[in-house]
Design a protein around this ligand. Sequence first.
Ligand code: HEC
Length: 169
Amino acid sequence: MNVQDRKFLDLFLVVIGLLMIFAVGLFGLSRFTATSIQHEWIAGDELARAQVQARIAPVGQVVTDPEAIQRARAAAADAEPTRTAMTGPQVYQQACTSCHGGGIGGAPVTGDIDAWAARIDQGMDTLYEHSIDGFMGDAGYMPPKGGRTDLSDEEVRAAVDFMVDESTG
Ligand code: HEC
């Protein structure tokens, strides 16, 4: 190895060494900035904080303050969904047609004018009453509100109106 080569090799090794130190330094620096930047970003981000708060929020609360309980009750009552009343045909489709559509269990078939004539002669009030409170007749058993006790009296009356309408000549 001549002097030129020796000198070149020395310089080369020094440069390689410096480059390695530089690379390791860069690696360390990037690791450091990455962790600290991400950490700070999360700590300062409203959305991320809100999400964490939501995840660690308690499942329930015990409220002992009577006024707060009153307020919560009032709010819950306000929030309760109010069902809009169904029309006669809608009620009929949901609650009555299962029996009155095909005459199941002795039920007078809707649209059968003969079967309804004598019943209609009793007067609408009787029909309403029998539909809402239930009725045991010669033909069979008409359950209160057709078994749908969640229906309002109004809705049942509307269904009776519809059935009677369909069953008059
Ligand atoms: C489980 C079967 C059944 C369902 C469901 C049903 N009914 Fe009836 N319904 C009967 C039977 C059976 C009679 C006949 C009872 C008799 O006269 O012996 C009857 C009779 C009636 C009568 C005549 C009552 C009378 O005084 O002659 C009306 C009105 C009536 N149902 C309305 C309804 C309405 C409205 C609904 C839906 C909300 C409904 N029914 C659902 C079985 C049913």
